[in-house]
Design a protein. Structure first.
Length: 343
């Protein structure tokens, strides 16, 4: 009898200790012990449309944002990463693969990948979180009031078009024609082209555009464009960016400056840019994804977000090669000026 009473007493003590520690499991399988929270295990598919610096930075930032919110690869996070190599059919296959794996969330980097992912997941309960989508409304991922079209949300890398035009005018006071090459299949590029054409006259520019279908079209399109313009302005068009070294080499041979749309393009040979930090963009997206994985909100409840800040990046080595000087005001307010071209 004494042994039985002792056993009951010990059981009550154990229950009391566990209750006092405040251990609990929330509705999302996140286990809380005291003040710390261990996130549930999650599986994510990351689809990246093309391989280039800005999208790579988005991916790294996305992982960092997730880690800051408690989702760490190799600990409680399993990640499948695939790259479409700027091919739309590959993007569709990647999205299908993620659906077959029954991932908890699809992260889509760049507009074509986001469209493929949302198309595959539309009739499922798998959320899609995108980043580096210039115009989510044009891409039919969001409504005009920035609300999601479905269980999909993310971040936009909308270009600071007016700031870019103002920068080009300050650097090239006598320029008249700006060439822009773009992929006719990328909704983000078509949207950006229209905005450039609308604003260019305010700065005394005419936009001369050249549409391409595949990366193989770039060399000939570049040759044609370079014979008509004073400079080239590069967008965040994934197909064109993938072939940017070709454009830069051809432009350099004719002493024509090429302006970029973000820091990585400036590093590899564009003259300058009023651009975004794509690592920060990805990091912001990772935090949004963590919110969805936690069950705090559904993707369908979160409006897409835009990073409004843009900064000047310049490449002094390129400027020297072209015999161009940067205005003092731009240098004084630059986020970074590079002294070499990164190969």
């Amino acid at each position: 009898m004494k042994k039985m009473m002792k056993s009951i007493f010990m059981l009550l003590v154990i229950v009391s200790v566990l209750t006092g520690c405040g251990a609990k499991v929330d509705n999302n399988d996140n286990v809380s012990t005291g003040s710390s929270t261990t996130r549930r295990n999650a599986t994510i598919g990351i689809g990246q449309f093309a391989e280039h610096g800005s999208l790579d930075n988005c991916r790294e930032g996305f992982l960092a944002g997730l880690a800051e919110e408690g989702y760490v690869e190799g600990e409680n996070l399993t990640i499948f990463t695939e790259n479409a190599m700027a091919d739309g059919s590959n993007a569709n296959q990647i999205a299908s693969n993620f659906m077959a794996k029954k991932v908890d969330l699809i992260a889509a980097i760049a507009t074509p990948m986001a469209q493929s992912a949302y198309g595959a997941a539309r009739d499922s309960d798998i959320p899609v979180i995108y980043t580096a989508v210039t115009d989510p409304v044009e891409a039919q991922l969001a409504n005009s009031d920035r609300t999601p079209s479905g269980n999909v949300t993310g971040t936009s890398d909308k270009l600071p078009v007016e700031l870019q035009l103002e920068m080009i005018r300050n650097i090239l006071p006598d320029a008249k024609n700006i060439g822009i090459m773009y992929s006719t299949s990328e909704a983000n590029s078509i949207s950006a082209i229209e905005e450039y054409k609308k604003m260019a006259p305010d700065y005394g520019f005419t936009i001369i555009e050249s549409g391409i279908s595949t990366i193989a079209d770039v060399p000939l399109a570049a040759d044609n464009l370079l014979g008509k313009v004073d400079c080239i302005n590069n967008l965040t068009d994934n197909t064109v960016v993938s072939a940017l070294p070709v454009i830069l080499n051809k432009a350099a041979s004719k002493n024509i400056p090429v302006f970029g749309s973000e820091v990585e393009q400036v590093k590899i040979g564009c003259l300058a840019s009023m651009g975004l930090d794509y690592y920060d963009l990805g990091r912001q997206t990772g935090k949004m994804a963590a919110m969805v994985l936690d069950g705090e909100k559904k993707a369908s409840d979160i409006n897409f977000e835009v990073i409004e800040e843009a900064a000047f990046y310049g490449n002094q080595a390129v400027a020297n090669n072209l015999g161009i000087g940067f205005p003092e005001e731009l240098i004084d307010n630059a986020k970074e000026v590079f002294d070499e071209i990164v190969e």
